[in-house]
Design a protein around this ligand. Structure first.
Ligand SMILES: *Cc1c(COP(=O)(O)O)cnc(C)c1O
Length: 227
């Protein structure tokens, strides 16, 4: 518990140093605590330390944990690959889906979002490495998908997210991260009012912030190694 508090203090210090070094000291970066394969007790400890955004990849694991934690002030992000036959529980339970990459998924989430809930926040997942096994769309597909999402009343497009290829040299990773920020800027110039660029994980969040990230997804650096 105290360990999570210490880890969070260290991450927050590094985020704010990084913002200062990049002349972004008046901005904030949201921390999404990635709690996959960590127990509900870890979420409760991180919540007590002040975090409100939590990310989960695996639907069954997430649903059990969300029920166990039972905290209405948490904003849960679905950050895994979403199959179209699994959209209903996601639309009913989560506040964000960070990995939307198909019109069909967006349309189902829109149709299944309960009327009593706020619109579902969504990010479009970009895949700039053209890795076939990974989800995500190209920039051109992203602009088309954003126009479609804008027509769906129960969804609120908040921005883009990306998971860069593991093991890339720094220079290449930087180029990819800058491209994500450029796609977000292009969405804005096309009239989409978005506020979120989600990129950066435990190993690269400072580089991601340097390249324009507004939301980092941190697992290991906060909770330790996954079980
Ligand atoms: C697991 C995961 C993370 C967190 O990764 P760490 O390296 O543990 O910080 C972030 N984003 C996504 C999409 C993930 O699946």
């Amino acid at each position: 518990m105290t360990q999570i508090t210490d880890h969070l203090a260290e991450i927050e210090r590094r985020v704010s140093d990084c913002l200062i070094h990049n002349q972004r000291e008046h901005e904030t970066v949201e921390i999404v605590a990635v709690s996959k394969r960590h127990p509900a007790s870890a979420v409760i400890a991180a919540r007590a330390a002040g975090l409100t955004h939590f990310g989960e990849n695996y639907l069954q694991e997430a649903l059990g944990k969300i029920e166990a934690v039972d905290d209405p002030d948490i904003e849960w992000h679905f950050i895994g690959q979403l199959q179209s036959n699994k959209t209903r529980p996601v639309a009913e339970t989560f506040s964000w889906v960070d990995t939307v990459d198909r019109a069909r998924i967006a349309e189902r989430l829109d149709a299944q979002r309960p009327a009593s809930a706020a619109p579902l926040n969504v990010l479009i997942q970009l895949n700039l490495d053209a890795e076939a096994q990974k989800g995500g769309v190209s920039p051109d597909e992203c602009y088309r998908l954003a126009d479609r999402i804008a027509e769906l009343p129960r969804l609120r497009l908040r921005g883009v997210m990306s998971i860069p290829q593991a093991g890339q040299p720094d220079a290449e990773r930087r180029a990819r991260l800058l491209e994500v920020t450029a796609v977000a800027a292009e969405l804005r110039s096309r009239g989409h009012t978005i506020d979120t660029v989600s990129m950066g994980m435990s190993d690269d969040f400072e580089l991601a912030i340097e390249c324009g990230s507004t939301m980092v997804r941190i697992g290991t650096a906060l909770f330790g190694e996954r079980g």
